[in-house]
Design a protein. Structure first.
Length: 65
């Protein structure tokens, strides 16, 4: 996975499959948790690490009845 380059203002984005594959390294959760967090988003949608992490955190901290 490529990251942000020094001196470059563009932020790297990743597809769902890449984020799910690196779930443990990026977010400290299982691939299934990332899959659940990104469920319902457009299949072609790409995420930067920060926005994906926010979705994962929201999913993991949601209230369960």
């Amino acid at each position: 996975m490529a990251g942000k380059k020094q001196g470059d203002d563009t932020v790297a984005t990743y597809g769902k499959d890449e984020l799910i594959a690196y779930a443990g390294e990026l977010f400290g959760v299982s691939p299934e948790a990332v899959q659940g967090a990104l469920h319902g988003t457009d299949g072609g949608e790409r995420f930067d690490i920060e926005s994906a992490k926010a979705l994962v955190d929201k999913f993991m901290n949601r209230k369960v009845n």
